[in-house]
Design a protein around this ligand. Structure first.
Ligand SMILES: [Fe+2]
Length: 302
């Protein structure tokens, strides 16, 4: 069954939803800390009042070792049936880029919703969720951006892809590679597929007149929410201005670059809601996470 076509329905009670990204639980546990407690989110968020918690990727490195601990940790704050997750780049470490079905099984075993290329429905709101990745085109030179990413990002060492072997006999498979490290070209093609999914969904009429449409991604959608830009920034952010221009989007939440910045792109508030690594420095231009992460209630100005 292709679950990606089935929306996830979250029961509406208080209407309150929080979106966070980049939990990186294993990085905190390695130094004896916890992510929400380290940033005061355990007390600053009214957890009992939330209808849903969405985590936009980077739950932890090496999911087959660490996701069970992530889900146990999250369940202290939020019932798994109201917790929605999807992978960031780190959630593919020591795993396969083209094996989302295996990650989905890990989430399902914990009773958590897996929302890679899936729509979440809550009241009259829809949340379109996908990792997104990047088009490497932010600075106009895709080839250069790809080679900078290949040289500087652990993704290209830590993430593999399964290779299609076709209907070969065990004898024919002997000595034949069945996996390989990913390349920036793999990331670009996945970005195109996920971006197309997003555009197709945004083009579908909302099921309620005046219903709201939110987008939640791991990677960034616009340079205005990127902070300082350098040669590596195209590996983190794309410029999706045409998509913002063509579709009504009530809010866009993302993570990946760990800079808690907000921008207004046309009519859309864009917010980086990263928890981020422990001991990471946050500049004075960054905004309070406990405010950024709360989706405005319908009718409230956001
Ligand atoms: Fe991250």
């Amino acid at each position: 069954m292709n679950t990606s076509s089935t929306p996830i329905e979250i029961p509406y009670q208080t209407g309150k939803v929080a979106v966070l990204a980049d939990l990186h639980l294993d990085s905190y546990r390695n130094i004896g800390k916890e992510p929400f407690e380290s940033h005061g989110l355990d007390s600053s968020l009214q957890w009992a009042e939330l209808d849903a918690l969405i985590i936009a990727g980077d739950l932890a490195n090496t999911p087959f070792s660490n996701w069970h601990a992530v889900f146990a940790y999250l369940s202290r704050f939020m019932d798994p049936s109201r917790t929605i997750i999807f992978p960031g780049n780190h959630d593919y470490y020591m795993g396969f880029l083209n094996a989302d079905d295996e990650l989905e099984k890990l989430a399902e075993a914990a009773g958590v919703h897996f929302a890679q290329q899936r729509e979440v429905r809550h009241g009259d709101d829809r949340y379109l969720c996908t990792t997104l990745w990047t088009d490497f085109a932010l600075l106009g030179d895709v080839q250069n951006a790809m080679s900078v990413a290949l040289r500087n990002m652990n993704d290209y060492v830590q993430i593999s892809k399964r290779l299609e072997t076709g209907p070969l006999s065990p004898f024919e498979l002997l000595g034949r590679p069945q996996q390989a490290a990913i390349t920036p070209e793999d990331i670009l093609s996945l970005h195109k597929a996920q971006r197309q999914w997003l555009e197709d969904r945004l083009a579908e009429p909302h099921w309620v007149p005046n219903g709201r449409s939110f987008v939640v991604t791991h990677h960034g959608p616009h340079p205005d929410a990127a902070g300082q830009i350098d040669d590596l920034t195209p590996a983190f952010h794309s410029d999706l201005t045409p998509l913002f221009d063509q579709h009504w989007i009530d809010g866009w939440y993302f993570g990946h670059s760990h800079r808690r910045l907000a921008a207004q792109v046309g009519s859309t508030p864009v917010r980086n809601v990263s928890v981020g690594f422990p001991l990471e420095k946050h500049g004075p231009e960054e905004l309070p996470l406990e405010e950024l992460c709360l989706v405005p209630l319908p009718g409230a100005s956001g």
